[in-house]
Write a protein of this length. Sequence first.
Length: 342
Amino acid sequence: MANITAKQVKELRETTGAGVMDAKKALVAADGDMEKAIQIIHEKGMAKVAKKADRVAAEGLTGIYVDGNVAAVVEVNSETDFVAQNAQFQSLVKEAAETVAKGKPATKEEALALTTPSGETLEAAFVNATATIGEKISFRRFAVLEKTDSQHFGAYQHNGGRIGVVTVLDGGDETIAKHIAMHIAAMKPSVLSYKELDPALVHEELAQLNHKIDQDNESRALVNKPALPHLKYGSKAQLTDEVIAQAEEDIKAELKAEGKPEKIWDKIIPGKMARFMLDNTKVDQDKTLLAQVYIMDDSKTVEQYLDSINASVVEFVRFEVGEGIEKKQEDFAAEVAAQMKN
């Protein structure tokens, strides 16, 4: 049996990221052969990954890397928030973002096959991280954005990297692009404009808004307040020319019934039509970037602000760690009771 030295253990650890005992055991099993020991570590890592495959990894970080006219956003998951603060994990997230930005893959499979700056594939990097960190570490998703020389990237990460946003702005400058990215981080738009909203989503969101109105009306009835009307529309996509024309006719009929002189209708109708548009685009205001009130200037929507500076958002990506992942709900009382029983 070969005499295993501390220098060999150190070298194997630096090469593979394995723990001290794992490195020593691998060297002993390989009779001191470094290449065989590395292979053993990798095989052991794969075994650890297989055991952790069914675990839920819903914590982690986003990573952003800008390389000239290319930017990448990635989400890397861990099982616990504690591991997300690990220096090795954070380094992996940065490396993944850089690798994706420089490789510009089209699919997750292509991304995992890319070679990282450290010389291994991205897939191998995640396998090794899972083996050495001791939790399931997964590469969940990525996005690659490109711009022209005259356009600007706005990159922003919030809450320690749990939210990552990149915008592409035509016109304006990098500061404005970053401000728009900050708005997106805070307000969570899902698409750029009403034209991109799924009609089924609009229908569902409108139903939820009217359900909330029903709940509010129950409270209003208790204090003898008049009931609020249901919303007929939720998005500008639903406001056809016919709908808008009918709304204007309804306003005129209302003004006539109120006895307002017809000569002043032109001064009243624009304000009432603006209110009609506001009341019937609630889904847009929640889900679309351009219809939201701009957090840097609440007198304007994002679209109005951008128009005022002759700029426009070309596209954006917003990742929030764990969104859409069903997390395991721990019943700590039951767990304690079970331990006491045993």
